[in-house]
Design a protein around this ligand. Structure first.
Ligand code: IMP
Length: 436
């Protein structure tokens, strides 16, 4: 099995980082192909950098936590090379901080390559996002993601390759900043930014990662030609995808399978396994419709038990029940070959678990995800209630060890979607999993 995609099947935060990190254990490459620092992949791992003295003393394992924003989760493994694909928007300051953080916990220099076609996210992008009011309207992460992709689509974005040509970089930065100042002239924060000083800073910073800018299209396709294992780690999820998500309450990149083609330069035809990652329930951060949202005490219990607070922004996540209408839609778009069901343990305390297999819209029952936002906004979930199991499952490592009702819950998902569940996560640690 050479190429594996790990994709979010909901509104992000499904636990893709944990799955990608697990699968990368014996992979040569782990690749990000969309988004930027809006993503927050939290991975709990069981080895941190140890000094030679400690190693001699045998103290080589300890539990640690790493929060990824730009670097793919597989890069935590010593032998796995991280790749930041062309579909990303990369904040150079954040990149350097993350490489430094990785250095502090890895024994070896982190192996990381960056596409020359990836776009830069620069300090004026978050300012513009704030001025445009996207943070309050869409509930964005305020990282400047939309404006950075906006520059790309309007064809004046600055790429990683531009950093290799100082004169080109300086000129583009000067023009872009000037254009934005004219547009948003009265804003003092933006007008304080000076193109020359900013260019000096970014060029100096880039000195520490310039040699990592290589032809990643060639690198990845060659690796696949040689039968090497490559993991493609999606950021955000299908319902936040710029094309297929709940537009305009979406992010600005392609979070679905097609994102690998456009964001990494690898044909989706080459992907052999497409793993849809879903929580056993649903969460969403930011604004926009969420039919199965539980705006009651049960929703609060999900939030508390699942520790549903954003990795990137710390914002509390909206919580609700599993939405199989939306999940079927995600499966249709992505062609999932298998599913990873995360955080099943969070449901352990509930006596009944509502699951939605259709929506009520006016006097109709809809089994398909609505094609227009105004319909989705008016949909009510039609719940089926599945019996809970009300016992601790965090120690289970085999499917057969799960209580009967937990097994039924998983089988129900498989039957409704027609896709097998291959991984069930029963706790936050790297080892809290059932491979089915
Ligand atoms: P942006 O990506 O910062 O522009 O935010 C657009 C929408 O996507 C907002 O609703 C964000 O909360 C959401 N979003 C972006 N990244 C993530 C993520 O990694 N997890 C969950 N939601 C995200």
């Amino acid at each position: 099995m050479a190429a594996i995609a790990v994709l979010g099947a909901q509104w992000g935060d499904e636990g893709k980082g944990k799955v990608a990190h697990l699968l990368s254990e014996d992979a040569e490459f782990c690749v990000r192909f969309n988004g930027g620092t809006n993503a927050g992949h939290r991975v709990i791992f069981t080895k941190i950098k140890v000094s030679a003295a400690e190693r001699r003393g045998g103290a080589v394992t300890e539990e640690g936590e790493f929060k990824f924003h730009l670097v793919p989760s597989g890069a935590l493994h010593e032998h796995c090379t991280g790749v930041l694909g062309n579909g990303m928007v990369i904040d150079p300051r954040a990149l350097i901080n993350e490489i430094e953080a990785l250095r502090s916990i890895k024994d070896e220099e982190p192996q990381l390559f960056i596409s020359p076609r990836a776009h830069l996210l620069l300090p004026y992008h978050p300012i513009i996002e704030e001025l445009a009011g996207a943070a309050s309207e869409i509930g964005t992460t305020s990282k400047g993601i939309g404006p950075a992709y906006g520059d790309k689509i309007q064809r004046h974005g600055i790429t990683m390759a531009d950093l290799l040509f100082e004169d080109v970089f300086r000129e583009k930065l000067r023009r872009n900043l000037e254009r934005e100042k004219q547009l948003w002239g009265r804003d003092s924060t933006l007008s304080k930014l000076k193109a020359d000083a900013l260019a000096d800073e970014i060029l100096e910073l880039s000195g520490s990662f310039r040699e990592r800018i290589v032809d990643t299209v060639k690198l990845l396709n060659q690796a696949l030609d040689e039968g090497k294992k490559v993991i493609f780690e999606g950021a955000q999820g299908c319902l936040l995808d710029i094309d297929f998500g709940t537009y305009p309450y979406v992010t600005s990149s392609s979070a679905t399978i097609g994102g690998i083609g456009v964001g990494a330069g690898v044909s989706p035809r080459r992907i052999e396994k497409i793993i849809g990652v879903t929580k056993a329930y649903t969460t969403r951060v930011g604004s926009g419709p969420f039919p199965t949202e539980a705006r009651d005490a049960l929703g609060e219990r999900l939030q508390l038990k699942g520790q549903e607070f954003g990795t990137t922004t710390g914002r509390p996540r909206r919580c609700g029940w599993l939405d199989l209408v939306a999940l079927k839609y995600a499966s249709q778009i992505n062609g999932f070959t298998e599913l990873a069901v995360m955080k099943l343990d969070v449901l352990s305390e509930f006596s009944e678990i509502p699951v939605t297999i259709s929506y009520r819209y006016k006097n109709e029952l809809l089994e398909d995800f609505p094609m227009a936002l105004p319909i989705l906004e008016r949909c009510e979930p039609a719940y089926e209630k599945l019996p809970g199991w009300q016992e601790d499952i965090s120690h289970c490592r085999e499917f057969s060890e799960l209580p009967t009702n937990a097994q039924r819950y998983i089988r129900f998902i498989e039957e409704q979607l027609g896709v097998p569940v291959s991984l069930i996560s029963v706790g936050p640690a790297n080892t809290d999993n059932i491979f089915k």
